[in-house]
Design a protein around this ligand. Structure first.
Ligand SMILES: Nc1nc2c(c(=O)[nH]1)N[C@H]1C(S)=C(S)[C@@H](COP(=O)(O)OP(=O)(O)OC[C@H]3O[C@@H](n4cnc5c(=O)[nH]c(N)nc54)[C@H](O)[C@@H]3O)O[C@H]1N2
Ligand SMILES: Nc1nc2c(c(=O)[nH]1)N[C@H]1C(S)=C(S)[C@@H](COP(=O)(O)OP(=O)(O)OC[C@H]3O[C@@H](n4cnc5c(=O)[nH]c(N)nc54)[C@H](O)[C@@H]3O)O[C@H]1N2
Ligand SMILES: [Mo]
Length: 770
């Protein structure tokens, strides 16, 4: 940023996170999208006891009983859904799918809400309105025609309610498949796979109250100012208590530096901000494993040198296994390698370790910076190791806190969206519905696309989301999906995945969370689970965007009825009153006992997390110290490459782009930028403002057609990012991630560390839209 070259749309943001800038941004988002009258009532009911759950993020709301928790990005998510704009059949008639393909992802979604079920017509290359009965009949027919139920893929995006997701998995399992690719496979799968092996549960162990009692807080690889904005209030409270907050991130993120609370009139008027992180460590992308091992190395050494209380030996003896192997592994890891891989100095790592060792109660929060790596699962497990060394799990003020993404992604997994059903789930389904669900594991997201690519799967049904754009390797993914016999998208808005046409393609428009859901027995509410395992009800109140919309549970039930003539499930009765779905959930999952009573209590209830009480659901009945393979994700590569990470701007929700601005990073009206450290830019013979190409090096340097994997003609922006790391926005960067490049344990694509090199581009600049 030191550079003086003036690039259109690139400047410096000096304000805090939140504050007046946030209020302005909300006003703009609302101004552009909403109908008068609709918006104010919608915003007043977000996260209120009788209102709906914010579709923005999965950070808990204090007891769901507080007055409106202000959040800029939550407001954007709500207004985006509650928009007054509509995509009607006449619009589809006037625009071929081929012409729609040329619109940007931003333009597609900003067309508004889809009003009618639509089916693709090859003769006119348009989507044509279709009746619900007819759509269901076609879907049922195609699914029944498959020679093997394992030839269909059933995707879920984490906005679906518990009720919709539960019905969906029951339908798919009765149909005979465990093919459940879901957004979690691209997100926190490293947590879901890694933590059960470590501590017996694939979820966080802390509650919001624990933050009032922690003595140090680590924020590793997440960006709360943008992605979990309601967390800023918590961070602010922790900072005000004088508790050290350690941020570990290759980019300086504004929300981790300073925050002005829009709910605090004194701070707003005085222009004051609460400093957040006491210390900011700019790690190299992919360097976390090395840093965590370095911290543990220091702890072990201190302990051996006689320092008292650095390691909790009593806890380790009573509650864990594997300490000797961990010690040997850490001893065998040299400081040289740790320093080179992390990009931090030994002194820095020792300083972090010291803060960690001096705090009685420590919480570690983490996000995509940890999980979306070839080492994602191991990263998560090393965080667990670090916490276990000082008994920082299962007591007040301490624990592990994965920051989940979609507002109900955790709940989806809880109620059965998993390609690997365990015996308890199969027995539960038998108990509740009287049929035997398949045991054989199905496909996760990457494996689903691979199966489609290889011609093994012929049908894709998506309960929300934008799989084609969210997935790695659009080259391979788009081409694969064009070979499908049938695509079905249950959706609120138009997106690119729906424009990838199979032999048949159907769009089924559904109610959003803000909208009133009336079924045969009256007004319904749904339930969701947040990052801290709190389950609560949510009921929309807005008039639906069109009379033709149906709820997700209704749609799933009707697909099931059309597909399974001899079903064991009373679909109509379940949909008539969602209390009946919840009764079934409680039969399949005994942890949901008295479900209907408990969600009617203000704030809902917390699901039982055994590790929070130091009960370890592992084979040994103990928490386990687990080992990671080598430190470097790309050991075979020449040392002179950079690591590319893909990040979210402040004005996007995953593949939904609200605007082309990224306020806190000083970017306006464009997304074709590459954030590069000044020294790295210079070493590549480039300067601020140059058009550059980012080319992948290593095993995935070429795409499936043998072409170099690259983005071309992007603008280099000098940025205070860690040396050795470059950043580009998601999904613009997805073409750089090979479909076969993923964490072998969790299947998560390596979105956060792609080996690349930079060079001057021959491509002319892309236009800058304002
Ligand atoms: N407004 C808004 N809210 C959202 C979303 C959204 O798109 N917009 N998405 C939702 C979803 S699905 C999710 S999963 C979450 C995502 O929330 P986050 O986890 O915050 O997601 P990202 O922006 O992908 O990246 C996180 C941070 O990791 C840093 N990082 C990158 N590589 C590394 C690394 O190797 N090590 C470390 N330590 N840090 C690294 C980046 O600089 C960035 O600050 O947010 C949810 N909430
Ligand atoms: N390079 C790179 N790629 C990534 C990531 C990254 O950090 N870098 N992050 C990954 C992560 S963490 C995730 S979670 C995935 C996200 O993957 P997805 O969850 O598949 O993607 P979204 O963009 O959240 O989905 C947006 C679409 O959901 C639909 N939608 C919105 N609301 C509703 C609703 O209420 N009901 C229904 N049925 N549909 C609705 C709309 O049509 C909208 O277009 O992307 C992953 N991809
Ligand atoms: Mo996510």
């Amino acid at each position: 940023m030191a550079s003086k070259t003036k690039i259109p749309g690139v400047s410096k943001y000096d304000g805090p996170a939140g504050g007046w800038g946030a209020l302005r941004a909300v006003a703009q988002a609302i101004g552009g999208q909403m109908a008068i009258g609709r918006e104010t009532s919608a915003l007043r009911r977000v996260n209120q006891p009788a209102g709906f759950d914010c579709p923005g993020c999965a950070w808990p709301d204090p007891k769901h009983t507080s007055s409106f928790e202000f959040c800029e990005n939550g407001a954007k998510a709500v207004s985006w859904e509650a928009t007054a704009k509509r995509v009607r059949p006449e619009f589809f008639a006037a625009n071929t799918v081929t012409s729609l393909w040329d619109l940007s992802d931003y333009a597609l979604e900003s067309l508004g809400r889809i009003t009618h079920p639509m089916a693709y017509d090859a003769k006119t290359d348009t989507y044509v309105a279709i009746e619900w009965n007819e759509a269901m009949a076609r879907i049922g027919e195609a699914l029944r025609a498959l020679p093997d139920p394992r030839m269909a893929e059933f995707y879920t995006s984490g906005r679906a309610s518990n009720e919709a997701a539960f019905l969906y998995q029951i339908f798919v399992r009765e149909y005979g498949s465990n093919n459940f690719p879901d957004c979690s496979n691209m997100c926190h799968e490293a947590t879901s796979v890694g933590l059960p092996q470590s501590i017996g549960v694939g979820k966080g162990t802390v509650t919001l109250e624990d933050f009032d009692h922690c003595d140090a807080l680590f924020c590793i690889g997440h960006n709360p100012g943008t992605n979990h904005p309601r967390m800023l209030s918590t961070l602010r409270e922790v900072a005000k208590r004088g508790v050290p907050i350690i941020a570990v991130n290759p980019l300086p993120e504004r929300g981790l530096e300073r925050f002005t609370s829009p709910q605090d009139p004194v701070e707003m008027v005085a222009g004051m901000a609460t400093p957040i992180a006491t210390t900011y460590y700019q790690i190299k992308s992919g360097g976390d494993l090395a840093m965590l091992k370095g911290m543990m190395k220091w702890l072990f050494d201190e302990d051996r040198n006689g320092a008292a209380g650095v390691i909790d030996h009593d806890f380790i003896r009573e509650h864990t296994t594997g300490i000797d192997a961990l010690l040997a592994d850490i001893d065998a890891t040299s400081w040289d390698v740790i320093v080179a891989t992390s990009g931090l100095t030994r002194e820095e790592i020792e300083a972090i370790a010291k803060i960690y060792s001096q705090a009685k109660n420590v919480i570690v929060c983490y996000g995509m910076g940890i999980t979306q790596h070839a080492h994602g699962t191991e990263n998560v497990q090393q965080i667990a190791n670090l916490l276990l060394l000082r008994g920082n799990i299962g007591r007040q003020g301490a624990g592990i806190c994965p920051l989940r993404g979609h507002s109900n992604v955790q709940g989806n997994r809880t109620v059965g969206i998993t390609e690997k059903p365990n015996d308890a789930l199969i027995a539960g389904i038998e108990r509740a519905f009287g049929f035997t669900a398949p045991k054989e594991h199905g496909h996760d997201a990457v494996r689903a696309i691979q199966a489609i690519r290889d011609g093994h799967s012929k049908v894709l049904i998506s309960l929300g989301g934008n799989l084609a754009v969210a997935m790695s390797d659009p080259e391979a993914t788009f081409a694969a999906m064009r070979n499908l016999d049938l695509t079905v998208h249950i959706t609120t808005k138009l997106n690119r995945s729906q424009l990838i046409i199979g032999k048949q393609s159907i769009i089924l428009p559904c109610l959003g969370r803000t909208e009133l859901d009336v079924q045969a027995e009256g007004v319904q509410s749904i339930t969701v689970e947040d990052s801290m395992s709190m389950v609560h009800a949510s009921a929309g109140e807005l008039e639906p965007a069109s009379e033709h919309l149906r709820s997700e549970p209704w749609i799933v039930a009707h697909i099931a009825k059309a597909t399974l003539p001899n079903t064991h499930v009373e679909w109509d009765a379940l949909v008539a009153n969602y209390d009946r779905i919840r009764e079934k959930i409680a039969i399949v999952y005994p942890d949901f006992f008295d479900f209907n009573q408990r969600i009617r209590q203000p704030g809902g209830f917390r699901l039982y997390i055994a590790a929070s009480e130091r009960k370890w659901a592992t084979p040994e009945g103990k928490a386990r110290f687990l080992l990671a393979r080598g430190l470097d994700e790309d050991p075979a590569l020449p040392s002179k490459h950079l690591k590319l990470t893909t990040i979210r701007s402040h004005d996007q929700y995953n593949t939904t782009i609200y605007s082309l601005n990224d306020r806190y990073r000083g970017i306006t009206g464009r997304r074709d930028v590459v954030f590069v450290n000044a020294d790295d830019l210079k070493a590549s013979g480039l300067k601020h403002g140059d058009r550059i190409d980012v080319e992948v090096v290593g095993p995935y340097a070429a795409d499936t057609n043998g072409n170099a994997r690259a983005v071309r003609g992007f603008v280099a922006v000098t940025y205070p990012i860690a040396a050795g790391t470059v950043a580009i926005y998601y999904p613009e960067g997805n073409c750089l991630v090979g479909l076969d490049s993923f964490d072998p344990e969790s299947g998560t694509p390596t979105y956060k560390s792609v080996p690349v090199s930079l060079r001057r581009s021959r491509v002319k600049a892309l236009p800058v839209d304002a």
